[in-house]
Design a protein around this ligand. Structure first.
Ligand code: G3I
Length: 514
């Protein structure tokens, strides 16, 4: 009775409503209540995201394709399974089996993973050149059959230090000017160089594959006790600086009672801030500790699952959730009973957590479409304009060979008025498309808003913008600040970017401050 009244009210409220969020007007689109779906796959698809699972070839039961719309090989695409010491491929039969099952059942595949300090097998200690060879071979083997690849996995240190790991392959990193990061053009960065290589291979092959960075303990803006999540901030800096190569971010989401692994109340805000960079966000390896002896991470597993699913549903660019296994007893952390089913070997029983997830998915999205400011530091980093591309020729089997490297032009600077603002652009172009990174610099006074005007060449169209709002897509296009990057202190910078089709030559940005 109560449920029915609630449903009727929801329909009556209207499909869109204006609400005030943190001082900013936001449009919420509220989906009408509809007949509930009975599988996670169908409910998620209706809400506009995928719901997936990690599995091995011995777990490909029919329930997998009924309940899940996406598949991640839990172990079968890791370098220790498939890489040779020279970056070739071997033992791909398990991975092939998983990809074939997904194809047959119209499921997306997430490739996991190309560059990882762990489970490196024969690749352990390899040079960037050999890593690049492996990246080329692996991406080319499955091409567009893989919707998302985890290009770099777990690059950041434990214990909320906010630093890169200090073991291979990150030992190849060099901070040339000693400024504490690896983002400058003289630096060596295995993350950047691996993504550049992956992007080249995807572009040369004409694949639809999106390239992701994946990590754990990066889920909230804060960790236990309200301490800033420095690991999340470090990941954010990486994505922001290398946005032109990175399409998606994976929050692994192995939630447990480790102070850095809890479900914090700012999970949604953190998903939103990455989404505001223009990348897709995925919950990639979800499991939630239900060990009753130490369950201090919330009000019970089903409710905790609800919170995570809702946080994703409330951000339009959170486009997928994957649980890390089917059933508790077959999980890597079976004692914590973190998954949605009990049982084994294809005979599975749904838990309360399953019902909660299904119910939450069936409620659909409740999305704030305008960007709402989130907390968390946004440090200003230089945009790389010409990254070194160290590749050896790919040892491909049957797939296309890389042609040209991305063309990166030198930055173009607009006039630099005192008191106002100036803008520079850096263009990364390939045949038929480009990404432009724009840096806005305040003059000798703080500005509280900015507009950058650019005239695109004929035939050029903007298809995607991040960290700014674009008016128009062709000809002269205006880019205005969004709320969180409106204010730029004297002499400081902020950045935004856009992607387009066609060419991006001769850009002459004109910046106006307000
Ligand atoms: O298949 C062999 C078996 O033949 C052998 O007898 C047995 C002896 O130990 O090992 C079996 O392989 C194990 C494999 O899981 C399959 O069960 C490996 O030892 C074991 O190390 C491996 O653990 C995996 C772990 O990653 C390390 O790669 C887990 O299944 C897998 O769930 C876990 O997944 C990781 C993600 O890749 C990255 N994020 C964290 C996540 C959880 O740790």
């Amino acid at each position: 009775m109560f449920r029915q009244r609630k449903k009727a009210t929801r329909i009556a409220v209207s499909v869109a409503a204006l609400v005030l969020v943190g001082g900013a007007v936001a449009v919420r689109s509220i989906g009408p209540a509809a007949a509930a779906e009975t599988t996670l796959r169908a409910a998620a698809a209706k809400a506009g995201l995928f719901f997936g699972v990690a599995a091995s070839p011995n777990r490909l039961y029919s329930m997998v394709s009924q309940e899940f719309g996406q598949l991640t090989p839990e172990n079968d695409m890791k370098p220790d399974r498939i890489a040779t010491s020279s970056g070739g491929l071997q033992n791909t039969s398990g991975a092939d089996q998983l990809v074939n099952f997904a194809q047959t059942n119209n499921m997306l595949v997430r490739g996991h993973t190309l560059v990882w300090h762990s489970q490196a097998g024969a690749l352990q200690g390899a040079s960037q050149s050999t890593l690049n060879t492996f990246i080329g071979n692996a991406i080319n083997r499955w091409g567009s059959k893989i919707a998302y690849w985890d290009v770099v996995n777990e690059a950041l240190e434990d214990n909320n230090t906010g630093r890169r790991r200090n073991q291979w392959p990150h030992t190849m990193n060099r901070d040339a000017n000693g400024d504490g990061d690896y983002f400058d053009s003289g630096d060596t960065d295995v993350i950047r160089d691996s993504f550049i290589r992956a992007k080249q291979v995807v572009q040369a092959g004409g694949y639809n594959t999106k390239l992701c960075i994946n990590d754990y303990d990066v889920e909230g803006l804060t960790v236990a006790g309200g301490t800033p999540n420095r690991k999340a901030n470090a990941l954010y800096d990486i994505v922001r600086n290398y946005r032109q190569y990175i399409d998606c971010v994976g929050f692994q989401s192995h939630f447990n009672d480790n102070p850095n692994s809890i479900i914090s109340s700012d999970l949604q805000a953190n998903i939103q801030r990455f989404a505001d960079l223009g990348v897709e966000v995925h919950i990639t390896e979800l499991d939630i500790d239900d060990d009753l002896s130490n369950n201090d991470i919330g009000s019970g597993q089903a409710e905790n699952y609800r919170k995570v699913v809702r946080a994703c549903l409330n951000v339009a660019k959170c486009t997928g959730i994957t649980v890390w296994g089917i059933s508790d007893s077959e999980s890597w952390r079976s004692s914590e009973r973190g998954l949605l089913f009990t049982g084994s070997n294809g005979s599975y029983q749904k838990k309360a957590a399953y019902t909660a997830v299904l119910d939450e998915l069936n409620k659909g999205r409740n999305v704030t479409t305008s960007s709402v400011p989130t907390s968390g530091p946004v440090t200003s980093r230089p945009v790389i304009t010409s990254a070194p591309v160290t590749t050896s020729a790919p040892v491909t089997t049957s797939a296309p060979v890389t042609t040209s490297a991305p063309v990166t032009s030198a930055p173009v600077t607009s006039s630099n008025p005192t008191g106002g603002c100036s803008a520079t652009v850096a263009v990364n172009a390939w045949t038929g498309g480009y990404v432009v990174s724009v840096r806005v610099t305040a003059g000798n006074a703080t500005i509280n808003g900015w507009n950058v005007r650019l005239t695109l060449p004929s035939g050029s169209t903007v298809t995607n913008t991040w960290s700014a709002t674009a008016s128009g897509t062709t000809g002269t296009v205006q880019f205005n600040n969004v709320s969180y990057n409106a204010q730029v202190n004297a002499g400081q910078t902020t950045e935004f970017g856009f992607q387009g089709t066609g060419t991006a030559t001769g850009l002459n940005p004109v910046c106006t401050a307000s």
